[in-house]
Design a protein around this ligand. Sequence first.
Ligand code: DGT
Ligand code: MG
Length: 340
Amino acid sequence: QAGEPEVEVFSVPSYACQRRTSLENHNAPLTDALSLLAENAELNDEEGRGVAFRRAAALLKTLPSAVMSASQLRGLPCLGEHSLREILETGTSTEVESTKGSERFKALKVLTGIFGVGAKTADRWIREGIHDLHQLRASGQHYADINQPVTRAEADAIEAIVEKAVSSVLRGAQIVLTGGFRRGKPSGHDVDFLITHPEEGREEGLMPKVVSWLEKTTRNSYLESKDGPGRPPSNMDRFERCLSIFKLPGAAETPQRAWRAVRVDLVVSPISQFAFALLGWTGSKLFERELRRWAGHERGMSLSSHALYDNKQVNEGAASEEEIFAHLGLEFVPPSERNA
Ligand code: DGT
Ligand code: MG
């Protein structure tokens, strides 16, 4: 070998929304380890630690090449606290290994993969001795297993159905595929859609109509709305939102069942808020969090999926995502580069 290799010291802006993060990841072993620790923290209600791990992983995802030594990361934000050095040196860490082997972590992952089951319910079941789907079934609970990832082809098929539903109940209404698929991901945990109409106000009351069209018309896919048509969503969002389950005709690999369940997240937005909704529902989750942190900490502004307010509570309108980035003093980052 010819001498010492030249070691590149990486330099990266602190906020994920100042960076471009494509799906190409040169540090997958490191980011997988950190994502596992993040997931474990989130499942155990340790939000602060979860965010710290997510930020560290996002920072490594944006690097142009594989990290060879910790010295290349000197001075970078977000990489302080955790066992990153140990992972770099040995390929793993005691915390990663003990998490992977932990019965509780495995059970939490399996159980929170069930529609409507969050960390709290999963935790209660575990305390009742339910650790997997067999034990859950034995306890007499009904569930829909939606752990299997959704493919792009399935997302496109669902898009065609939703498009038909939307244009049938309101002429001129439009839908956009958002979430991970808009960022170019080849698969996802659900399919996200944003629905609007070019005339302000025409979108009002659209969701219940779309939902009942889907229930009545689709023969193969069947829809179950969680929030219930027209009911105000359980979170703080002012959009009409419907979390639902599509039953797709069974995949070849699951012949024992005639269908499989796919999560579909429908959101309706008035056209005046569409750019904010589109930006807010495209993700990634960390990118969104970082956009809001940037707006608040660096600009004294407040960004949501509805609007951008400056510190004098003046509403900064925007007709496009590009305008919102400009208001925030950020370079535009296209969806395919928001995979932080
Ligand atoms: P996936 O589905 O696992 O492939 O990944 P994503 O990136 O599609 O993530 P998902 O479907 O959980 O959410 C898509 C984006 O929507 C996410 O980046 C942020 C946004 N989002 C999710 N839940 C909420 C919510 O309750 N309120 C608002 N305003 N935005 C949300
Ligand atoms: Mg999604």
